[in-house]
Design a protein around this ligand. Structure first.
Ligand code: SAH
Ligand code: SF4
Ligand code: F3S
Length: 461
């Protein structure tokens, strides 16, 4: 009898990657992933600690699991509940005190030990905790992927962060920067492509700080890794996330210029447009330096679409600082972005700036203003796509019957009415409708395509 495994994932793409790899680790023990917690033998909550709300979601989920655990017990079984990810790393045993129904706690660096951790849970042991940063790398211990990847797959190449932005928990929950060797990344990428992945997104908390050992015994940059993967795997599309502005180097810029598989889209968080705030955040660059980096990238790849992350209401942020953020948004013309109210995180330097905290009402007001501005840019970019032909890689079903969805090079969701046999294929789509968050169009039959290839998207500022 297979055992039912339910995993709920919050947070970043690296957590999603980790959840997929946990399935691989547990497959030899007879676990099969289900999409329902009800009746599961093992529930893993793979958590995020980045903002306060993210951690709170864990506790409400644990509350929801209680009756399911009792029901399972009444039926003569046991539902083991595990907390994984960044909250597990940060809170460790304290989780047991806040929620008595947790059996197992492990951090992002120890899930390769899951079989052994599970074997330690029995009638007498109430809680097993493993939040070490082990000397061995989990990547050396993980089995090959048990489950076939989707059309678009994630591949972790780098983990951890040494930047210590003053608001951020990641250096504490994920530990120091670590890069996988190029050969290991290549082997995983080859397997993903052989099993049907058409697009690979290289992941890292600070992915462009990648410095994995290359076949020549020297550290390779991300740009070099991208070239290598493009040349040797036959992958159709490559992306990477998340990057730090300071680690954009010449090899990365030239990869954007030369590598056709590398999509013209970059998520490059800036957080704020104010030099004062950037300094207090310990981002180690100014707003103008960020503008310069964007200019360099756009000189190499004129149709590069930019996305970013912003924090409003960082301690001490004034109206004038915030106005600088809006100015930067207008200067760059991001095609999409994520924006957040600053959330003090325990143990981070910014959380200790007690009296300088910005009132919540001000944060909320600034967030609305910022999002309005960002949305206006996104809508303008989407509207500028009307009438164009964009290559779309179809990767999922749409909400309506007969509809399938895919992504444009700039990550826009594009929906078309088309047979599902097109899933997994890249086709040109003539864009006919532009919405706030998506585009719609019709597939252009391959024979109708001119020899000239795809039009490049021009930037709309
Ligand atoms: N490694 C990435 C981002 C990791 S976290 C980088 O270097 O930018 C993802 C985003 O969450 C961050 O870019 C930031 O905008 C947001 N974030 C992180 N800590 C936060 C906090 N304490 N409050 C609000 N937003 C935060
Ligand atoms: Fe956090 Fe990113 Fe800064 Fe690292 S670079 S501390 S992950 S925001
Ligand atoms: Fe969250 Fe940890 Fe990712 S805190 S954003 S899951 S690195």
């Amino acid at each position: 009898m297979p055992k039912a495994l339910y995993i709920k994932t919050w947070g970043c793409q690296m957590n999603e990657y980790d959840s997929t790899r946990m399935v691989d680790v547990l497959a030899p023990l007879g676990y099969e992933r289900t999409d329902r917690a009800d009746g599961a033998d093992l529930v893993i909550l793979n958590t995020c600690h980045i903002r306060e709300k993210a951690a709170e979601k864990l506790f409400s989920e644990l509350g929801r699991l209680r009756p399911l655990q009792s029901a399972k017990q009444k039926a003569g079984g046991r539902m083991v509940v595990a907390v994984a990810g960044c909250v597990a790393q940060a809170e460790g045993e304290a989780l047991q005190a806040r929620a008595g129904n947790v059996d197992l706690v492990f951090g992002p660096q120890t899930y390769h030990r899951l079989p052994e951790l599970l074997s330690r849970i029995d009638g007498t042991t109430r809680l097993v905790v493993d939040t070490e940063f082990p000397v061995e790398s989990k990547f050396d211990r993980l089995p090959e992927e048990a489950v076939a990847p989707g059309v678009s797959a994630y591949l972790s190449v780098q983990e951890g962060c040494d930047k210590f932005c003053s608001f951020c928990v990641v250096p504490y929950t994920r530990g120091a920067e670590f890069s996988r060797p190029v050969a290991a990344v290549l082997a995983e990428a080859e397997r993903l492509v052989a099993r049907g992945a058409k697009e690979i997104t290289l992941l890292g908390q600070n992915v462009n700080a990648f410095h994995g050992i290359g076949p020549d015994g020297r550290p390779w940059s991300l740009g070099r890794l991208i070239r290598h993967l493009a040349e040797h795997t036959g992958v159709l599309r490559l992306r990477y996330t998340t990057s730090h502005p300071l680690d954009v180097d010449e090899e990365l810029v030239s990869a954007h210029r030369d590598v056709v598989q590398l999509m013209p889209f970059l998520h490059l968080p800036v957080q704020s447009g104010s030099d004062r705030v950037l300094a207090a955040m310990n981002r180690k660059h100014t707003a103008d330096q960020y503008r310069c980096i964007i200019d360099t990238l756009r000189t190499a790849r004129p149709d590069l679409a930019l996305s970013s992350d912003f924090i409003v209401g960082f301690p001490g942020e004034t109206d004038r600082d915030f106005a600088e953020t809006l100015r930067l948004v207008d200067d760059v013309g991001f095609v999409q972005a994520y924006s957040f109210k600053y959330s003090p995180r325990p143990g981070t330097p910014a959380a200790a700036l007690g009296r300088r905290q910005v009132p919540d009402a001000v944060k909320a007001e600034r967030l609305v203003a910022l999002q309005e501005r960002l949305n206006a840019h996104q809508r303008a970019f989407n509207r500028a796509c009307l009438g164009r032909r964009l290559p779309v890689l179809f990767d999922r079903f749409g909400r309506r019957p007969g509809q399938i969805l895919g992504r444009s090079p700039a990550m826009q969701s594009v929906h078309v009415e088309a047979p599902e046999t097109l899933l997994g294929h890249q086709m040109d789509v003539e864009i006919q409708t532009a919405h706030a968050n998506s585009l719609g169009g019709v597939v252009v039959p391959k024979t109708a395509l001119g020899a000239g290839g795809h039009q490049r998207l021009e930037r709309v500022a």
